[in-house]
Design a protein around this ligand. Sequence first.
Ligand code: OGA
Ligand code: NI
Length: 335
Amino acid sequence: MKADKDLRWFDVECVPENYIFSKEGRPRNLDIPVCDSIPVINLAKANGHTQPIEAVLAASQEYGLFQVINHGVPEKKLNDAMSVVKEFFDLPSKDRTGLVPHMKNWIYTNSTDYAKDGVHLWRENLKHPCHPLEKSIPLWPQKPTRYQEVIAAYVVKIQKLSLRILEMICKGLGLDPGYFNDKSEVQLLSTNFYPPCPDPSLTLGILAHQDPSLITLLYQGNSTGLQVLKDGEWINVGAIPNAFVVNIGNQLEIISNGKFKSIKHRVVNSTHETRRSIATFVNPSPDCVIEPAKALVNESEPIRYKASQYKEYVHRNKAFGDYTIALQNAVQSES
Ligand code: OGA
Ligand code: NI
């Protein structure tokens, strides 16, 4: 008897019509092998002489995306964060509906809110701001009860790691020390749940997009499904235990005057695998002006992007969807 089972939108034998993309919109190449050329950079300090800076620079230019290992975020923090995210998405519907939708400081959406031309994505998503951290924490979900504590500890580690990666990029590009300080102040957490899908050739977990961040750090556990568009072909990003996927966002593409590329990526679904991911967007503060760094502009490298305040950019591009500005401003306006 299924009478009192908590049936959810993805407990179906066939893909419902409103999740089926038009022929042109479908993912097509699902059976491609994992790409083994996407750089995996070892950040271990002991690795002294093989400077990761060059590797980071080369990967940012060639792919706009790389993975990092031995990054200093303890495995336990990663596992705890992933399990509390799992618990959140596994909450009984009655609890989740209590949390839905559009509360001021965090946003939970099931797949029906993410539609393109009326077609839904095969995922659920939870987003919230993390800056300023101490003020943000009490405004995050209160269920599961460990959520705030575990995610706060995770965010602290991510802040450190992102600063470290940005320092390498800063040095590598020859920018003034501290160049990225105000350009990486605001973190936004976005967690995703992609349940198994009866026919992944018809659906998408996330549409092809570029991140509107400075950089994004993504933890994907051991799951696959992330693809990037390289030289016109979709290729699979492999699952590497305990690694972070780092991708160059639009703001860093602008600052680097196009030297780095913000790569297009998407998520495809799977018949058997549940994917969960935790993306941390590292963003400039809203008033920060983003423009090509002066040090990277000269006669042979003319300026390629217009300067823009980050908040204007977000507004113009509807970055992070319809809720972005509310999210960005939520915590600030509490003060
Ligand atoms: C994103 C994103 C990928 C994933 O949130 O911008 O690209 O694997 N997520 O969930
Ligand atoms: Ni993305």
